[in-house]
Design a protein around this ligand. Structure first.
Ligand SMILES: C[S@@+](CC[C@H](N)C(=O)[O-])C[C@H]1O[C@@H](n2cnc3c(N)ncnc32)[C@H](O)[C@@H]1O
Length: 173
């Protein structure tokens, strides 16, 4: 499952390797676009409009859950439930891969623009950034950390993007 699949770029990639693949997003517009791409090509994932914190699937349905950019869009107050939902729908030994923009994308905290950007994110939008401390507080204990690392890459327009990648495996009972 690709959580917060948007127009379905990653879910189409996943569908070529895993069957069946589900793309889930709460934006009807994104789901329509994703479905249209899939229909034009005559194959692809199944798409479903739903909220990532109330996943409409039974326990232990998926062997792989992928998130690129969804968790970072959720208000901080939903994060714990989000992780619990992902854990619930993962099979034992299933893998969860999470890619999030991290705070390095923001101007330095010692600048006015850095302070304003953080104020906007934390106070107005009620969002936050992924950190190792938060992960250990929020992710259920059955999820074993396999990888947690920061990396960066350059977009075609030359801008550098900073991401955190977390990979977890759900342990057997
Ligand atoms: C930054 S975009 C990433 C899209 C896609 N994963 C990609 O990498 O191209 C974040 C996506 O998460 C979706 N999203 C945000 N909150 C959500 C929620 N509560 N439930 C499901 N999807 C959500 C948004 O609609 C958006 O499509």
């Amino acid at each position: 499952m690709d959580v917060g699949c948007g127009p379905g770029v990653a879910s189409r990639y996943l569908a070529a390797r895993f069957h069946p693949t589900i793309g889930l997003d709460f934006s009807i517009t994104a789901i329509r676009m994703a479905r249209q791409y899939a229909t034009e090509r005559g194959y692809g994932p199944c798409y479903i409009a739903a909220n990532a914190v109330v996943l409409p699937f039974r326990e232990r349905t998926f062997s792989f859950v992928f998130d690129r950019g969804c968790l970072q869009d959720l208000p901080r107050i939903w994060w714990k439930t989000y992780f619990e939902e992902v854990e619930r729908v993962l099979r034992y030994d299933g893998v969860f891969q999470l890619l999030c923009l991290n705070s390095k994308n923001f101007p330095s905290i010692s600048s006015l623009s850095g302070i304003l950007a953080r104020f906007r994110r934390y106070v107005i939008e009620q969002k936050c950034f992924i950190t190792p401390t938060l992960i250990s507080r929020l992710v259920p204990s059955s999820m074993e950390k396999v990888r947690l690392e920061d990396f960066s890459f350059q977009l075609k327009n030359g801008k550098t993007v900073f991401l955190t990648e977390c990979v977890f495996s759900k342990s057997t009972e």
